[in-house]
Ligand binder design. Sequence first.
Ligand code: AMP
Ligand code: MG
Length: 341
Amino acid sequence: MSILDTIVWRVDASNPDPAVLAEAGQMIRRGRLVAFPTETVYGLGANALDVEAVEALFAAKGRPRDNPLILHLAAAEDLFPYVREVPPLATKLMGAFWPGPLTLVFFGTGRLPAVVTGGLGTIAARVPAHPVALGIIRAAGVPVVAPSANLSGRPSPTTAAHVLADLRGRIDAVVDGGPTPLGIESTVLDLTGKVPRVLRRGAVSSSEIADVAGVMPEEAPEAAEKDFRCRLRVPLILVEGEAQAVVEKIRSLYTAFAAEGKRVGILTREERAGDYPGQVVPCGREGDTRSVGACLYAALRQLETVADVILAEGLPAEAGAALQRRLRQAASEVVRAEREP
Ligand code: AMP
Ligand code: MG
């Protein structure tokens, strides 16, 4: 693969320069790879109708070819040429969640190249809720595939700096619209079976889906959710359990690693930032899921640059299964902290 001179454009996320959106959209239409912010994470956009562009996208990310891509559309009606039918439940969910972080899986019409869909016969699609993403997709005038703009297996990028750290020289451009608001990926919901089924947990919870759908979706088992298994550069030990026991366990692990001369990074909530020694990175507030989601990937990327080992506080189930699973999948080891008898 040749080395590209990756262009960086800066825009205001809420009021982006239309000239930049137009140029970025035209580049995608012509077969180039352009990264841009969505409300979830940065996506790497390519023209879904251009087989060579989609193949170049898989190569740039080092993404396995059997992992299908999500179609990003500027409006719900742009979906119709590519899906066999839009069931009533889909219409309801699209009305409630689009634009937004819910990806829906439909039966396809076969009008998209097989490289997009992994030859599955189904199509995953969403309309992102971000003025930069929407503006670029509209300007492209074609459906755009936009998987996360990271090297496959790395934490998803939530800033343009993360995109450049992984993909500078491998993609044509990145539109920098600042940090992405949600910070975790969309929820993927399969509507091709008898009951709706969550294939990947994400920014929309199953209970939020149930509120609209009138039924609780099935959930794919944890083992089937390979999407966000991420490799950090250093080991991460996740400590789960009752809050005070977790603090004590992390403090004792810190002492042991520090005695070996290791630089120790600690991932905690803002309330407990003062409770630890070492390189402490507070991410989010206790009981505020959204605030944790917004900084989780950025905190992991920051910690791996300053530490030889990361000790992370577990997230309670109330913080949402999506976040808990992402952290577990980033961990090299999960330990349970027990209170001293
Ligand atoms: P991303 O890595 O964010 O691009 O998301 C890709 C994920 O969306 C895949 O790993 C699947 O979980 C899901 N997905 C995409 N396309 C399809 C499809 N045609 N059928 C079922 N799931 C899909
Ligand atoms: Mg990804």
